[in-house]
Design a protein around this ligand. Structure first.
Ligand SMILES: Nc1ncnc2c1ncn2[C@@H]1O[C@H](COP(=O)(O)OP(=O)(O)OP(=O)(O)O)[C@@H](O)[C@H]1O
Length: 306
């Protein structure tokens, strides 16, 4: 097991930020920690990485208890915090050499480790550049370099794609995917589509509790289309629409356009069109509505389905 948390709970003063977070990750790939601002993502990640002491519960990294065997546990984990801890006045080489030493990499192996981390993140050509003079995207790559310099089995990244411009975003996703080929990446985001793009599994956290934890495929089941927007030139009454097999409910949004809800019928558009032709509804437009990501987010946030 690469990561296991047992009933992880933390409070700041009197307020619980997270309660009973249980996570088990056994395989390589990208796992997403999804939650809105203040849901408890950073708290969870900081504890997993040993940067914050939990109030209750346990964290095991590759079998080692982060509290009882911190050095052993930290050999298997790399961390990219929300604000990467890069020293702006150091060059890339100086900074990575320093982090390699912090990671207790043997001195004769430091140079090779720095070179490899730079190569993996595509920053070799900036080796002598002072970090202050790098763009945000490249500073972040330096942050990722320090997170992988000791070749950990698990890399934790707190909102790694936040604040990047569209080009940097594409590059960052590519890099994260490459890094995850040989290890596990646990990354957080408050953006559903980001998790959707990158992750094999998703853990959703809201108000400090896990409300969903399963594969991205299982999550996608919540995004099956459930409604269809239909525009008619000759709109029928709702009651007539509801006579079509599979339609559970219908409502008019304008005098010509209706939102029609259906239940598990894959060929619903065909049925509507056939009925429309038979009954002269004169259908002008049919659009399947996939459950909006934000709707699912709200739906899951208000019910516990784990
Ligand atoms: N140092 C702190 N002292 C007191 N309360 C805190 C502290 N850090 C976080 N909190 C509170 O704990 C809760 C969880 O915060 P956390 O930063 O873990 O959430 P998050 O999901 O990472 O959100 P964000 O994306 O905004 O960082 C929030 O209610 C937050 O206000």
């Amino acid at each position: 097991m690469i990561l296991k948390t047992e009933n992880l709970s933390h409070r700041y003063g009197a307020n619980w930020a997270i309660r009973d977070i249980n996570i088990e990750i056994a395989d390589n790939g990208i796992i997403g920690l999804l939650g809105s601002n203040g849901a408890g993502k950073s708290t969870t990640m900081n504890i997993i990485c040993g940067a914050l002491n939990q109030t209750e519960g346990n964290v095991f990294i590759n079998g080692a208890d982060i509290r009882k065997q911190p050095e052993l546990a930290k050999q298997s984990i790399g961390f990219l915090p929300q604000n990467p801890p890069v020293y702006l006045d150091l060059t890339v080489d100086e900074y990575l050499t320093y982090t390699a030493e912090l990671r207790k990499i043997e001195s004769r192996k430091v140079k090779a480790a720095v070179a490899e981390a730079k190569e993996k993140t595509g920053i070799t050509h900036f080796s002598k550049r002072v970090i202050r003079n790098l763009s945000g995207g490249y500073r972040q790559r330096v942050g990722i370099s320090q997170a992988i310099i000791h070749k950990p089995k698990l890399v934790v990244m707190d909102e790694p794609t936040n604040g990047l411009d569209p080009n940097q975003l594409i590059e960052a996703r590519k890099l994260i995917r490459e890094i995850a080929r040989e290890r596990t990446v646990l990354l957080s985001s408050h953006i559903l589509s980001e998790i959707h793009l990158l992750c094999r599994e998703v853990i959703m956290i809201e108000s400090g509790r896990i409300i969903f934890s399963d594969s991205m495929d299982a999550f996608n089941n919540y995004m099956q289309p459930q409604s269809v927007l239909v525009r008619f030139a000759n709109p029928p009454p709702v009651i007539e629409l509801q006579q079509v097999q599979g339609i559970t409910r219908a409502e008019y949004l304008t005098d010509k356009q209706a939102r029609i809800f259906f239940d598990g019928e894959e060929d619903i558009t065909e049925r509507i069109i056939v009925a429309g032709v038979q009954r002269d509804w004169r259908i002008r437009e049919v659009n399947l509505e996939k459950g909006q990501l934000d709707d699912i987010f709200k739906q899951l946030s208000t019910q516990t389905i784990q």
